[in-house]
Design a protein around this ligand. Structure first.
Ligand code: ADP
Length: 437
């Protein structure tokens, strides 16, 4: 193609020269030169016009094949080649754009943040997740040293130590209370990829696990210390006093019962928390369940309180009898434990606004408002000694909360110090079953 184009152009110049020579021979040399000059001038105008069109085209920003100027003569084939070239370029550009878009979609979908750092630890690029994690604004901060954005000493040391085989845990980031796992991956010529992962929820679970183990150890240590103390005393040679032995045995029994209650409550909690343990549903006759709990409350109170039971609805609940017994029983037992002698306790079941409502109201010690949101946390107690004196494990309301969650029910607590408390369970309408059904 290229050779034929060259021959075509040489042919044109050769033809002009031959025609000029012939004209010169036939007429006079002056006419030959004149013809030759006119022909060359025409060629110069022709090429200059096309060169200007080409330059104008080169200067525009959007180089599409349709924008290429049309040409005549040799320029026709030059512009056709150019159009083919632009077409193939735009095809590869489209492919590149598509791949880039896919890559951007993948990085946007990644839960991890990514920052590209150059050999001087300057930010070259980062994704939106990293912007959020590290408080970077790529538009403003591109080219900034990463240590200007992440100023924690541990991070600066991690970066300078250049031992990137281990990740770094960064707590309490500047902009928000995040805990991040940072990993630097070296690549290319001293470049680095910084990957940040939000591990705040893992951290919270880990803290909860640590607190839980510490709490259980603490709860078990006290009764074990008491039991050990009495055992040492009984083992001592001069411990033949039968009165003392009876006292020691009674105290050890009490502590053993306390440990047993704790273990039972822990097992109940773990059963309730196990996602695989599905709710064993049946139609629960709440009025008859409350009659049972009322009798138990009367014997636990042993005449120290006035206890009323009002059943204002015959409706039943779809749920687990065993779990509901434990939740409602816990609230009633708490009312007895935290109400001084002579106080009153009301137990009530009714349907209100298509919701099943179970209330336990007492005229007991009451709770200060700041404690109320935390009462269902494991081992949270307002008054440690009162809870322990009355045999509490600190897990009762945590069990109630789990049971209610499994029944899509809610617990509402209202209380006034010195006047008493009201614990109300609200069951959703979908769990109510009218007795006639
Ligand atoms: P505990 O075994 O300590 O009673 P719970 O989880 O049942 O544990 O209750 C948590 C805390 O809530 C108790 O320690 C107590 O301070 C408070 N509480 C629960 N019920 C009542 C109530 N009816 N009156 C006053 N305080 C209560």
């Amino acid at each position: 193609m290229r050779a034929s184009g060259l021959f075509q152009r040489l042919g044109t110049v050769f033809s002009v020269a031959v025609i000029a020579l012939l004209i010169g021979m036939i007429t006079s040399a002056v006419y030959g030169w004149f013809f030759m000059s006119a022909a060359l001038l025409f060629l110069i105008i022709h090429h200059t016009r096309h060169l200007i069109a080409l330059e104008e085209w080169l200067l525009i920003s959007d180089h599409t094949p349709s924008s290429i100027p049309s040409g005549s003569g040799a320029w026709n084939s030059i512009f056709a080649h150019l159009a083919r070239y632009v077409r193939s370029q735009s095809k590869s550009q489209q492919l590149l754009d598509l791949e880039l878009k896919q890559l951007q979609n993948v990085t946007a979908a990644m839960p991890d943040g990514m920052v590209i750092l150059d050999d001087g630890d300057h930010i070259q690029w980062c994704d939106p997740v990293a912007e959020k994690h590290l408080g970077i604004n790529l538009e403003l901060d591109s080219g900034q040293q990463i240590t200007n954005m992440v100023r924690q000493q541990s991070f600066v040391e991690y970066l300078t130590a250049r031992k990137f085989n281990k990740p770094l845990v960064l707590k309490q980031m500047r902009h928000h209370r995040l805990t991040l796992l940072i990993q630097l991956v070296p690549y290319g010529k001293n470049q680095k990829l910084l990957i940040s992962r939000d591990i705040t929820s893992y951290e919270r679970i880990e803290t909860m696990r640590r607190d839980f183990v510490a709490n259980i150890s603490h709860e078990l240590r006290t009764p074990l210390t008491v039991v050990n103390g009495y055992l040492e005393m009984l083992a001592a040679e001069n411990s033949n006093d039968p009165e003392m032995q009876r006292f020691a045995l009674a105290a050890m029994q009490e502590q053993a019962a306390r440990m047993q209650r704790l273990v039972e409550d822990l097992l109940t909690l773990s059963r309730l928390e196990n996602a695989l343990n599905r709710l064993n549903e049946s139609t629960v006759n709440i009025p008859s369940l409350l009659q049972e709990l009322y009798q138990e409350a009367m014997s636990l109170s042993a005449g120290k309180h006035t206890i009323h039971l009002s059943i204002n609805s015959d409706d039943l609940i779809l749920g687990s009898r065993e779990e509901l017994r434990s939740a409602m029983g816990n609230l009633i037992i708490n009312a007895i434990r935290y109400t001084p002698e002579g106080g009153e306790i009301d137990i009530c079941w009714e349907v209100n606004n298509s919701k099943g409502m179970f209330y336990v109201r007492d005229t007991g010690v009451g709770i200060e408002p700041q404690h109320i949101p935390r009462l269902t946390e494991r081992f949270y107690r307002v008054d440690n000694s009162r809870s322990r004196e009355t045999g509490g494990t600190g897990l009762g309301l945590a069990i109630v909360k789990h049971v209610l969650n499994r029944h899509q029910a809610r617990l509402k607590i209202t209380s006034e110090v010195g006047k008493g408390s009201e614990f109300c369970i609200q069951f959703p309408g979908k769990r109510l079953i009218a007795r006639s059904n």
